[in-house]
Design a protein around this ligand. Structure first.
Ligand code: SF4
Ligand code: SF4
Length: 167
């Protein structure tokens, strides 16, 4: 997928952005982006840099079994550009959520299907054998948020205090 294999940003673009943001107070947030199936192949993230002067650092990008794309990234730029960039993504059907400070598993909702263990980058979610129960080690969790959209019954939840769906 195009935006899942982004080329490293050129020095020219980086210098250009540094020039544009000189003296402007920068705004930065860790985001979880959920791309609908129809938008997965489009270079939406590239436009954040070229059209809105935003910089990004992608921590994780994956395609879920149901073909939805999920990306965790830090997005930075001038506040006005940041808002425009978020609006642009939402106009393209991308669900934009700011990563929260904490994450929890709602035990009563968890079916131990194991889907979250495939996307968890830190091993905080793992399968205990031979019982095949899914364990959640809170201490290893980086709150990247990838398990949230990966969980079919939505048993993983980011705390309300730090998580907002950006509008
Ligand atoms: S994806 Fe959700 S339901 Fe499945 S094991 Fe993980 S937390 Fe439980
Ligand atoms: S939020 Fe925590 S448990 Fe969920 S995928 Fe990220 S590191 Fe793993």
């Amino acid at each position: 997928m195009e935006y899942f294999a982004l080329p490293s940003k050129s020095d020219f673009l980086r210098d250009h952005q540094a020039e544009l943001t000189k003296g402007v107070k920068m705004y930065s947030r860790m985001l979880i982006l959920r791309f609908p199936k129809a938008e997965v192949g489009k270079p939406i993230v590239c436009f954040l840099a070229s059209e809105y002067n935003l910089t990004f650092n992608i921590l994780k990008a994956t395609i879920l079994p149901r073909k939805e794309g999920v990306m965790v990234m830090e997005l930075s730029g001038a506040r006005k550009d940041f808002s425009k960039g978020v609006r642009y993504m939402k106009e393209h059907g991308v669900h934009v959520q700011a990563v929260g400070q904490d994450i929890k598993r709602i035990r009563t909702k968890c079916t131990h299907c194991g889907a979250c263990t495939a996307v968890c980058p830190t091993g905080a979610l793992s399968v205990k054998r031979p019982e095949m129960n899914v364990l959640f080690n809170h201490k290893r969790c980086s709150v990247c948020g990838l398990c949230v959209p990966a969980c079919p019954p939505r048993a993983m939840e980011i705390s309300d205090a730090g998580s907002v769906v950006l509008r």
